[in-house]
Design a binder for this molecule. Structure first.
Ligand code: ATP
Ligand code: MG
Ligand code: FE
Length: 354
């Protein structure tokens, strides 16, 4: 099965072709991502109207490029998958409507994909990973821990009660006068800084459940910045390092609880797996923290390469391939949804019993 994937939920316009073989293994035939970072940088964040217009301008060309680079024609495609939510509604409509038009024109099935499901299933595109597994999703818009029980079967056991982790990185960067998106810059500067100079809070550490909170941390950074003004280079590096240290310690605590919950829930799983996805998964300090937690908890850690952790269409095509393989096609009037939790019971289950 060869699936065309389309991703337009935020500030990346992306098209990809992915093949799912009979044995369930995956292969990326083309994977094209056009980042709009430059368009949004002057505003310090993503501007929805600019994003939607840029998607509309570039998507057709990217799909054509993906087909050309894979040496395929539309007639060779077995299905079309597009992100239908959650995300910015203007961009979602551009991608989903394009997918519907292609599905209608070719007579091939449509898969309207939940963007979080695409992140969640990515490791299975790269190699055999059995259900159930634990997923930590850390991006600019989401911070969640999910138990992935199967295609379309998710149980959320933790989420942020305020800011997403990527957002916390970006806001910290902004307070320090660093350019958007700030995550990579904060990581880079932190390497020269003193992680012990500022004793920033470790939000929710030691508390019940697996939820996250990052807004207090951001406030603490703001107070440090206000005290120090004008900031020197050393101050900035020390704040970055201390911020990362606080995040890493919080993550170790929250994740440790999630690993334990997973093991208690699925004692029969011999070699449990933790998958980390989302743009923040690129951070090496945090990755070291995840490695440590997994080593202690007896988990294998799986982090897809950065270009498959951040938003891309290969993961959308793959989620489509997995869904279509079990007969989960969507009707041509499938709606785009700005909000769309992976777990239908997300509200009720958040942090419950953990
Ligand atoms: P979502 O997937 O939730 O809709 P998004 O498109 O913003 O949101 P991604 O593209 O997956 O998410 O990730 C972008 C985020 O990752 C940004 O907040 C960015 O600052 C952060 N990020 C990227 N690299 C790093 C890094 N090395 N360290 C920390 N954060 C990082
Ligand atoms: Mg993005
Ligand atoms: Fe994403």
């Amino acid at each position: 099965q060869t699936i065309l994937g389309i991703e337009t939920s935020c500030d990346e316009t992306a098209a990809a072709l992915v093949r799912r073989h009979g044995d369930g293994s995956g292969e990326i035939l083309a994977n094209i991502v056009l980042s709009q970072i430059k368009d949004h940088a002057p505003y310090g964040g993503v501007v929805p109207e600019i994003a939607a217009r840029a998607h509309a301008r570039h998507l057709d060309r990217l799909i054509a490029e993906a087909l050309t680079s894979a040496n395929l024609r539309l007639a060779d495609i077995d299905g079309i998958a597009a992100t239908a939510g959650p995300g910015l509604i203007g961009g979602l409509l551009v991608g989903l409507t394009t997918a519907k038009a292609l599905a209608l024109a070719t007579g091939k099935p449509l898969a309207a994909i939940n963007h979080l499901e695409a992140h969640a299933l990515t490791p299975r595109l790269l190699g055999p990973v059995e259900f159930p597994y634990l997923l930590l999703l850390i991006s600019g818009g989401h911070t969640q821990i999910q138990i992935v029980e199967g295609v379309g079967r998710y149980r959320r056991i933790g989420t942020t009660i305020d800011d997403a982790l990527g957002e916390a990185f970006d806001k910290t960067a902004k307070l320090l006068g660093l350019p958007y998106p700030g995550g990579p810059k904060v990581e880079e500067l932190a390497r020269q800084g003193n992680p012990k100079r500022f004793d920033f809070p470790r939000p929710l550490k030691g508390r019940e459940g697996c939820n996250f909170s990052f807004s207090g941390l951001k406030t603490a950074v703001r107070e440090a910045v206000d005290d120090l003004r004008p900031l020197g280079e050393k101050d900035i590096a020390d704040i970055c390092a201390s911020f990362e240290a606080a995040v890493a310690e919080t993550m170790r605590d929250r994740l440790g609880r999630a690993l334990k919950f997973f093991k208690d829930t699925f004692p029969e799983v011999r070699q449990p797996v933790l998958v980390v996805a989302g743009g923040v998964a690129a951070n090496r300090t945090l990755k070291a923290a995840f490695e440590e937690v997994c080593r202690r908890g007896g988990f294998s850690l799986l982090v897809p390469p950065p270009h498959l952790c951040t938003d891309n269409a290969a993961m959308v095509a793959w989620a489509g391939a997995e869904r279509l393989a079990i007969g989960l096609a969507d009707p041509l009037d499938a709606p785009a949804k700005a909000r769309w939790p992976l777990d239908p019971d997300a509200k009720r289950l958040t942090g419950a019993g953990v």
